[in-house]
Design a protein around this ligand. Sequence first.
Ligand code: HEC
Length: 217
Amino acid sequence: MSAGKSVGEMDELRLISGAMVILSGATALLVVMPYMLLENVKPPAGLKPYTTEQLAGRQSYIANGCVYCHSQQPRDIKQAPDATRGWGRASVAGDYAYDTPHLLGTMRTGPDLLNIGARQPSKDWHLGHLYQPRAYTPGSIMPSYPYMFEVRQGAARPGETVVNLPPGLAKPNEVVVAKPETLALVNYLLSLDRTYPALAPLPAPAASASATAKERP
Ligand code: HEC
C-alpha cells in the first residue's frame, strides 16, 4: 500500500490551488482595489441627491432600455471629442455618488446624456421627443414611446399634463397626455446636469512634473 498521493490526486490539487490563486488575484484587482480607490470619494458640492420622483424616472430609464443606446460618461478630450460635441467635461467618480447602479452605458447609438438637463432644459421638448423623436430630429433612429402617453378625444382632465406637440402631430380634437411615469422620466432627465466644476485634479507627482517641464528634442 503506498502512502503517497496518486498522479490524479496531485493534478486535482494543482488545479484547485491554481484556480484559487487566479480567483484571489482577480478579486484583489477587480473588487478590492476599486473599492479602496473609490471609498473616500465625496459627492461634489454642486450635486444634489435624486428626489423620489427622479429615482422612479431612473427606474423607467432602465426598464425602457435607454441605457442600451445612451452613455452617461463624457470622456476626456484626449480620448474623445465629447466636450466639443457639447456633452460636457469629462466625468469624475463623484458625479456618480448617488447613482446605484451607475448607468455609464456601453453604446452610443444616441448622444451622451450625463448633462442633458443642462443642454436641453425644456420639459415640453423631452415629452414631445419621447412621443415622436422624428418630429424633433428628422431621421432619428430613436424609438418612439407611444405607450408612455394617452391619446384622447376632447379635453384633458384637471391635473393632467398635456404635451405641447409641434403642429400637425396630434389630430384636431385630440390631446396627448403624459402618464405619471413619463413625467418622472423627464424629471430624471432634467436632473442630469453635472456642469458644476469637477474636483481639482491631484497634483502631478514630482518625477512626471519635471519630465514634462523638460523640452523634448
Ligand atoms: C435605439 C437606440 C435608442 C434608444 C433605445 C433610445 N434612444 Fe434616445 N436617442 C437615440 C438617438 C439616435 C438620438 C439622436 C437623435 C434624436 O435626437 O432623436 C437620441 C436622442 C435622445 C435625446 C436628445 C439628446 C440630445 O443631445 O439632444 C434624449 C434626451 C434621449 N434620446 C432620451 C432617451 C430616453 C429617455 C430613452 C429611453 C426611454 C431613449 N432615449 C432611448 C437613440 C436611442
